[in-house]
Design a protein. Structure first.
Length: 299
């Protein structure tokens, strides 16, 4: 028997119920988060690590576009490229060669973060870039005293200048990622709606708990963000349902759908909010920024 077709809204993955409240893909009532009130002053920043040991789940895309969306809300944002591939830097069109990078700041006590900070085309959004040199950092840091806390020491010098610091982590659970978790107040886990991405979440949450117990007692899980969602496939819907069953309200209501606009924006070295400001993907990341502000994860 043919399955009855479903009617869906244009919002990212949201369902349109025949009667009663509209339900989002997480199974909760669909709601719009209010525009945040402007800040009377800036800083100190809340530091958020975007982390997942699996690659290709949308960490860098989320770092770029969430940073731009939060900046649109009048918040000062600093994005830290903490991946040797330097994708965040490239995605925002900043220089990565013959400049001071996060690698230099980790290894030198004389360099200041202000030497590395670059402005982007997005007002209120700055970047500390990275390049392939960062891949050697773990080797250099292994014999350092308190090696897990070196990034935290770097960020302490700029924390009062920003409202939010986003750390785009590399896809691993090595020393660099532990540095990010030790420096952070919160963790945002982008999770592709795909089975193999789901498998590693429990290990990542366990790692966060170990860091909380041994290195950083203030860290907390700000949320799990479903990315690359395709409401047309049963697989995407089932994976998201299992994540919600396992983690409940820690799964954010905002869901980021799959779209070709993201790679197009990357090629243009612009966030989606600039490249296609009226696209549903832009609206989704603005919704995500408002949700994190409403949850208290962002000022």
């Amino acid at each position: 028997m043919a399955r009855k077709s479903e009617t869906r809204t244009e919002l990212p993955g949201f369902d349109e119920a025949a009667s009663g409240p509209r339900l989002g893909p997480t199974g909760r009532a669909l709601r719009e988060f209010a525009d945040p009130k402007p800040l009377k002053s800036h800083g100190p920043a809340r530091i958020i690590a975007l982390c997942n040991q699996k690659g290709g789940v949308g960490k860098t895309t989320t770092s770029i576009n969430l940073g731009a969306a939060i900046a649109e809300c009048g918040r000062r944002v600093l994005a830290i490229d903490f991946d040797p591939q330097g994708a965040l830097s490239a995605g925002l069109g900043v220089q990565t060669h013959d400049v001071t990078t996060i690698y230099d700041l980790l290894l030198s006590r004389t360099k200041s973060p202000s030497d590395a900070i670059q402005h982007t085309s997005v007002p209120n959004l700055d970047v500390i870039p990275a390049n392939i040199d960062l891949s050697a950092a773990e080797v250099h840091l292994v014999n350092e005293v308190a090696r897990e806390q070196i990034l935290a020491g770097v960020l302490r010098k700029v924390v009062n200048d920003y409202d939010v610091i986003l750390i785009d982590c590399q896809p691993s659970l090595g020393i660099l990622t532990v540095n990010a978790l030790t420096a952070a107040h919160g963790v945002l886990i982008p999770l592709e709606c795909e089975f193999f991405a789901l498998r590693g979440v429990a290990l990542l949450v366990e790692t966060i708990e170990k860091v909380k117990d041994r290195l950083n007692p203030v860290i907390e899980l700000d949320g799990i963000l479903a990315t690359m969602y395709d409401s047309r496939t049963l697989h995407s819907r089932e994976v998201l349902e299992r994540v919600v069953d396992a983690f409940g309200d820690r799964v954010l209501e905002t869901v980021i759908s799959r779209t070709v606009k993201f790679p197009d924006a990357s090629v243009a070295a612009m966030p989606i909010t600039q490249f296609a400001p009226e696209h549903q993907a832009s609206k989704a990341y603005r919704q995500l920024a408002r949700e994190l502000i409403a949850r208290g994860a962002v000022a």
